[in-house]
Design a protein around this ligand. Structure first.
Ligand code: GDG
Length: 494
């Protein structure tokens, strides 16, 4: 198999079956791909919103296996068998979901605490400082042990590959390897790895790094994140040997390969869905309901997170209407936010500050029934998300720091008409591949406002040229290639 080809679900499925069929394939993530919750007396199944599910589900669906995750829905326990398992997706069962139960205290300390108030800000270069709390750290360790147990009890004596997702499980690779060195362990870190200096501020930094060195293969989105990680190992782990050329770190005779795998989207599927009757109907509905008429439309779709740079983007919209008043009444910006991690004060504060900003900007510039900014609170149905992407003249991704950012790639994949402009932060991993976007510095509000104007008046021919090039890149570097590249590396290790 050549990695440079246009990978499709079928090729990946064949490739994975040929290479991995002797192995039990296990995915571990914090968030489960399907959550069951009660609505009155009825049980509703929701698909989790977020980058990890979007990217990993096509892979495990193609290969089959077991996905182990925290069971967070209030009806989750009523849907599983005695081994805490059920088959998913509900409409077409293709793999097993195994749920791990955690107490409220564990969730508070391991998820809202150490993962999201220490590791998350530590790995993102933003204004929020990490909080290091010993009690939270100790529960983070305990939860990693609980997951290790859950993985190991599935494997027994079988040959297995465990594919761990993200920063919630930095210690899990080492825990698995210590118990069963013959299991192949790989992990994908969906967020950036910071420059080495920042990681040294973490009191348990070395333990975390050693935990990750339990992996045979560790993946990041970009070469820079890989190099940052290798430098951290070099500086923090005594006796480690690091080779940037070979992209590996060796500690106590054990080697971890560290490679970039830029995550992506299901390009063909999104292109196809974007042209569906449902999406076209939804565009009509939205234009009517939101009173858009033939106005130009800018969109942003984000989890409500401080890394996404939402307040600065809103300030840039304010500046845009100050500098270019001729656009008043002619363009509306739709901001979709999906509330997330609302138990954490900084996230709640962010939500409030966004509401205040939107109100102020709409009051300042709006008139009659025209609103400069229209807010929509997610999670919205996929058809609505696709419709917003399809109707947008402009999609703004202005993250202050972002591992990849799938919204940028989804926007490109959904634009079969080759139209629409992407304004993309230089600090999102996606900017490495999508350099035909209008690249922006999200901290520079004046430049962001000027880029919005540049985008809105860009000649059609240039819009087409840029979008076509971006589409060719995402078509080739799709989610199946991401998975194939990881499997290819794994096959060299097993
Ligand atoms: C992490 C990293 C990395 C959003 N709103 C709705 C909705 N979404 C979907 C988008 C997209 C996904 O959620 C968000 O993915 P991102 O990549 O933008 O962001 P994170 O959640 O921060 O993900 C990130 C990613 O992991 C993968 O590695 O790219 O850097 O931070 O798919 O479309 N989907 C629906 N309704 C919504 O309202 N249905």
């Amino acid at each position: 198999m050549k990695i440079r080809q246009v990978w499709k679900r079928e090729n990946l499925c064949q490739f994975a079956k040929a290479e991995l069929s002797d192995y039990l394939f296990i995915v571990v993530s914090n968030r489960e791909p399907y959550i069951h919750s009660y609505q009155g007396n009825e049980i509703k199944c929701e698909t989790a919103v977020g980058g990890v599910t979007t990217a990993v589900e096509p892979v495990i669906s193609a290969i089959g296996g077991i996905w182990i995750a925290h069971g967070s829905g209030d009806a989750d326990r009523d849907m599983v068998d005695s081994q805490r398992k059920l088959m998913v997706p509900p409409e077409e069962p293709l793999y097993t979901l195994k749920r791990v139960w955690l107490s409220d205290e564990e969730v508070n300390s391991y998820y809202y605490g150490f993962s999201n108030q220490a590791l998350w800000p530590l790995c993102h270069a933003v204004d929020i400082k990490p909080i290091f709390d010993e009690a939270q750290w100790s529960i983070y360790k305990k939860v990693n042990e609980v997951f290790a147990q859950s993985v190991l009890e599935e494997i027994g004596n079988r040959k297995a590959i465990v594919f761990i997702q993200d920063y919630h499980f930095a210690l899990l690779p080492r825990l698995i390897k210590r118990m069963s060195p013959e299991i192949t362990v790989a992990q994908f870190w969906h967020i950036p790895w910071p420059r080495q200096g920042s990681f040294q501020s973490c009191p348990w930094g070395e333990e975390i790094v050693r935990g990750l060195l339990g992996n045979d293969l560790l993946g990041f989105h970009t070469v820079r994140h890989c190099r940052n990680f290798l430098t951290t190992v070099n500086r923090m782990v005594a006796g480690s040997k690091v080779s940037y050329e070979k992209a590996e770190a060796t500690v106590e005779g054990r080697k971890t390969e560290v490679h970039p795998f830029p995550i992506s989207v299901d390009f063909e599927q999104l292109s196809q869905d974007a042209q569906s009757v449902e999406v076209k109907g939804e565009i009509e509905r939205l234009r009517g309901e939101l009173n858009l008429g033939d106005k130009l439309v800018g969109i942003s779709i984000d989890r409500l997170d401080y890394i996404k740079g939402i307040p600065r983007r809103l300030m840039a919209i304010d500046r845009f209407f100050e500098k270019y008043p001729e656009y008043k009444g002619k363009v509306s910006f739709i901001q979709v936010t999906v509330p997330s991690r609302t138990e954490i004060p900084s996230y709640r504060k962010l939500g409030e500050s966004i509401d205040t900003l939107v109100e102020r900007i709409n009051l300042k510039h709006g008139s009659g029934d025209w609103k400069p900014i229209i807010t929509m609170v997610g999670p919205l149905p996929v058809t609505t998300i696709m419709a917003l992407m399809g109707m947008a003249d402009l999609c703004i991704v202005s993250s202050l720091h972002d591992g990849m950012n799938l919204v940028a790639k989804e926007f490109v994949a959904s634009r079969c008409d080759n139209d629409g402009i992407l304004l993309l932060s230089r600090f999102a991993g996606a900017a490495k591949e999508l350099n035909d976007a209008l690249l922006i510095n999200p901290y520079d509000i004046d430049h962001l406002a000027a880029s919005m104007e540049k985008a809105l008046k860009m000649p059609r021919i240039e819009r087409y040229k840029r979008m076509r090039r971006k589409r060719n890149i995402v078509r080739e570097n799709n989610i199946y290639k991401w998975a194939a590249a990881i499997i290819l590396e794994l096959t060299k290790l097993v």
